[in-house]
Design a protein. Structure first.
Length: 125
């Protein structure tokens, strides 16, 4: 999975934190702390659509596109974590190191997220 560039991440943050659908103009307005051209943001949003980070549809008048994230921020971060894990030669060692670094609350959340013993990850005889 590709990580996002700075502007891509800023645009995704706006969309993750906003209403379900936004136009390019609305995203430009919410990126007010940067002096960005409308066409720059439009180009990046089109590229994010091509990378399957964004979904788009025409507005009711058919003149403008509006966009929303294809998945939530948490799904993106999970994909980054899996991608990083695939970079190691020893996934078990990397997972063990990660497990030792989480808080008690995070460890409990991981335990609860795992399937029970009858789940799909149990080795079958």
């Amino acid at each position: 999975m590709n990580s996002l560039g700075d502007l891509e991440r800023r645009i995704m943050d706006v969309l993750w934190d906003s209403e379900p659908w936004l136009t390019v103009r609305e995203v430009v307005t919410r990126l007010s702390d940067r002096d960005l051209a409308y066409t720059t943001v439009m180009t990046v949003m089109n590229r994010l659509t091509g990378k399957d980070f964004l979904l788009r549809e025409r507005t009711e008048d058919g003149r403008t596109w509006r966009y929303r994230p294809a998945a939530g921020r948490e799904a993106y971060v999970a994909e980054l974590m899996l991608s990083a894990l695939s970079e190691t030669g020893d996934r078990i060692a990397a997972l063990s190191h990660f497990a030792r670094s989480v808080t008690v609350e995070e460890a409990e959340a991981l335990r609860e997220a795992l399937p029970d013993e009858a789940g799909p990850y149990r080795e079958r005889p």
